[in-house]
Design a protein around this ligand. Structure first.
Ligand SMILES: Nc1ncnc2c1ncn2[C@@H]1O[C@H](COP(=O)(O)OP(=O)(O)OP(=O)(O)O)[C@@H](O)[C@H]1O
Ligand SMILES: [Mg+2]
Length: 300
C-alpha cells in the first residue's frame, strides 16, 4: 500500500517546551491510524505540522511526497482542528459549498455531506450561530466535502451527541474503506479501537507504542475479575494475583495479574459466588498502564 503520510524525525520546541521528540509515523491509503495519548502529549502539535499550519523545528513531513505547507498539497486534505474558527458572515451552505469549489468540486457536493453530518436543516444558518456540537459537524462537513485523500481529525467527536458520534465512526470507516487515509486523535479510546487499523501512543512528545488495538491490549496480562460474593474487601485483596479490588453494592471488581489463581481461591473461600466474570483488559487500561509506567520511569 502507498504511504500517504510520511513523517520522519519530527521535532518541535515551543521555547523551552520540547513538544515533539523525533517522531516517525506513516499512514497508508485506506488505513485509519488513531493517535492517542494524555493531555499535552504533542498530538495537536503533530497535527499542526501535518496540516501545514506549524513549521516544525526539525524533521520531514510529507503528504503524497509533497510539503503540506504548499497550498496545492492541502487541496484534498480534509481537516478537523481541535480549536476551529469560522468566517463570521457566511451561511453553513455558503461556507461548505465554497470549500468544495476551492478543492475543484461542484458547490452542490455540499448538500450530500451536510445531510451526512446531520446539518441539512441548518444550511441557511450563519456559522457563528451554531451550537458547539453543530460547529463540530460543520468542520467535519468541510473536511469531507473536498473528497479527501487524507483526513486529519484532531478530537473530532468532542461535543457530538451519542447519535452524531455513532454516525461519525460509521462515516469514517466508510471513507477509509474507499481508500482515504485517516489520522485522528481522540480521548474516546474504546470507540477509536473499533475503527482504527493501528494505534500510535504518544507520550511526552515521543511514540511509546504502535500496533493493532488487539496487539496492544494483549501486552497487558491483567484481567478484570468480578462477582457477587459475601467476602469483604480486605479478604478479596489478599487473594492470589489481586492487584486492586473494590466492592460496590455487593459486587466485587478486581484487577488481577493471575486471573485463574484468583478465581480458584475466590471459589474456595466463597463457594456461593454468583455472576462470576473474567474480562480482558481494555485498550484504555493498556494505554493508561503504558503512560503511567513511563511516568514512573521518568520519576525514578
Ligand atoms: N502555542 C504553544 N506555545 C507554547 N507551548 C505550547 C503551545 N501549544 C502547545 N504547547 C505545549 O506543547 C505540549 C504539547 O501540546 P499539544 O497541544 O500538542 O498536546 P495534545 O497532545 O494535543 O494535548 P490535548 O490532549 O490536551 O489536546 C504541551 O506541553 C503544551 O503545553
Ligand atoms: Mg490537542
Amino acid at each position: 500500500m502507498t504511504d500517504v503520510v510520511r513523517i520522519r524525525g519530527l521535532d518541535h520546541r515551543y521555547g523551552t517546551t520540547h513538544a515533539l521528540r523525533g517522531v516517525d509515523l506513516t499512514v497508508a491509503a485506506g488505513e485509519c491510524v488513531a493517535l492517542l495519548g494524555p493531555n499535552g502529549a504533542g498530538k495537536t502539535t503533530l497535527v499542526s505540522a501535518l496540516t501545514g499550519t506549524l513549521a516544525p523545528t526539525a524533521g520531514a513531513v510529507r503528504i503524497d511526497g509533497a510539503d503540506p505547507r504548499l497550498p496545492a498539497t492541502r487541496r484534498r486534505l480534509g481537516v478537523v482542528h481541535q480549536h476551529a474558527g469560522f468566517p463570521r458572515t457566511l451561511s453553513v451552505r455558503e461556507l461548505v459549498g465554497g470549500w468544495a469549489v476551492r478543492a475543484g468540486r461542484p458547490a452542490s457536493d455540499a448538500d450530500a455531506v451536510l445531510t451526512e453530518v446531520g446539518l441539512q436543516k441548518l444550511t441557511r444558518r450563519r456559522v457563528t450561530e451554531l451550537s458547539g456540537g453543530q460547529q463540530q459537524r460543520l468542520q467535519l462537513a468541510m473536511a469531507l466535502v473536498v473528497d479527501p485523500t487524507l483526513l486529519v481529525l484532531d478530537e473530532p467527536t468532542v461535543g457530538l451527541d451519542i447519535e452524531a458520534r455513532r454516525r461519525f465512526w460509521t462515516t469514517l470507516a466508510a471513507r477509509r474503506d474507499r481508500g482515504t487515509a485517516v489520522l485522528l486523535t481522540t480521548h474516546q479510546i474504546e470507540e477509536a479501537a473499533g475503527v482504527a487499523d493501528r494505534v500510535v501512543v504518544l507520550h511526552e512528545g515521543a511514540v511509546i507504542a504502535s500496533g493493532r488495538p488487539a496487539d496492544l491490549t494483549a501486552q497487558l496480562p491483567d484481567r478484570a475479575v468480578s462477582a457477587r460474593t459475601v467476602l469483604r474487601e480486605d479478604e478479596l485483596g489478599s487473594l492470589p494475583g489481586v492487584l486492586d479490588v473494590a466492592v460496590v453494592d455487593g459486587r466485587m471488581r478486581a484487577i488481577s495479574g493471575r486471573a485463574e489463581a484468583t478465581v480458584r481461591a475466590l471459589l474456595a473461600a466463597d463457594p456461593a459466588v454468583t455472576d462470576l466474570r473474567v474480562e480482558g483488559a481494555t485498550l484504555e487500561q493498556a494505554i493508561v498502564a503504558m503512560t503511567t509506567q513511563q511516568l514512573q520511569e521518568v520519576v525514578a
